[in-house]
Ligand binder design. Structure first.
Ligand SMILES: Nc1ncnc2c1ncn2[C@@H]1O[C@H](COP(=O)(O)OP(=O)(O)OP(=O)(O)O)[C@@H](O)[C@H]1O
Ligand SMILES: [Mg+2]
Length: 249
């Protein structure tokens, strides 16, 4: 049996807005095994980002349980939670969230600055290695404005990898990218999943993107509507290889 990396039970998240309560998540249950590649789908406002923020320990549920790698998140202090998050989770956002006027290498080094046990030399080595793994070895000194959208997202993925997390959480990470570049990002995600064994939870509203994962959880109005295995998981590298070379995808 595989190891459970995530386990959530009867998870609810409510937001108080003025005198009104917004029920963003209304009782969510699921488990993710180590090494799975899960996409979370659902229309705008269905609760995807709210759920991902809780999975990433950036937010807490109003009620319900969340076990991350067997640890009951509710029982952790702020510092313990921050530590757990830094060690286990890498985040990738739609808007890349890179620091402007800061090189790719420095952006990737950033999460390691909080770790006093890592020397400046090791920090640099690990950032170099992470950028190489997303195939940006030739762009270390470029700032975000000197990079394409896809390259900026790869820098963001390298930054998510630099702490060697067991799990990558991505929120619409291909949302601002054209098809070809999106497939490149999905090929990279599939490689991280199969070669490095990273668990991936990837939010998207595009069925095309979800077809590269092995399981899709469909949210609707704060609840799970469907949770299905993708029998015909597509290989992003193959899709890329078969794209015509000169088209304007
Ligand atoms: N901080 C907040 N305060 C109040 N309401 C919120 C807050 N965050 C989310 N909501 C509400 O919770 C619901 C779910 O929002 P969420 O951002 O999770 O949706 P989503 O599925 O990510 O949508 P999208 O595809 O547009 O990103 C929405 O109705 C939203 O208005
Ligand atoms: Mg969202």
């Amino acid at each position: 049996m595989s190891k459970k990396i995530l386990e959530i039970k009867e998870l609810k998240r409510e937001f108080l807005v003025g005198s009104e309560t917004v029920r963003a998540l209304k009782g969510i249950n699921f488990e993710v095994d180590a090494g799975e590649f899960v996409t979370i789908m659902g229309s705008s406002g269905s609760g995807k980002t709210t759920l991902l923020n809780i999975l990433g320990c950036l937010d807490k549920p109003t009620i319900g349980d969340y076990f991350l790698d067997g640890v009951d998140v509710k029982k952790l202090s702020r510092d313990e939670l921050a530590q757990l998050r830094n060690h286990k989770i890498g985040f990738v956002f739609q808007a890349y969230n890179l620091l402007p006027r800061t090189t790719a290498l420095e952006n990737v080094e950033l999460p390691l600055l909080y770790n006093k046990e890592i020397s400046a030399a090791e920090r640099r080595d690990r950032a170099i290695h992470a950028l190489e793994s997303v195939k940006l070895a030739d762009r270390f000194d470029h700032t975000p404005s000197q990079l394409s959208g896809g390259q900026q997202q790869r820098v963001a993925i390298a930054r998510a990898l630099v702490n060697q997390p067991v799990m990558i959480l991505a929120d619409e990470a291909t949302g601002n990218l054209d098809s070809r570049t999106s497939y490149e990002i999905m090929a990279l995600m599939q490689e991280l999943n199969t070669v490095q064994g990273k668990t991936i939870v990837f939010v998207t509203h595009e069925p095309d993107i979800a077809s590269f994962s092995s399981r899709t959880i469909q949210l609707r109005d704060g609840r799970i509507q469907k949770d299905t295995r993708n029998e015909n998981k597509k290989n992003a590298k193959e899709v890329l290889d078969n794209l015509p070379v000169t088209d304007d995808y």
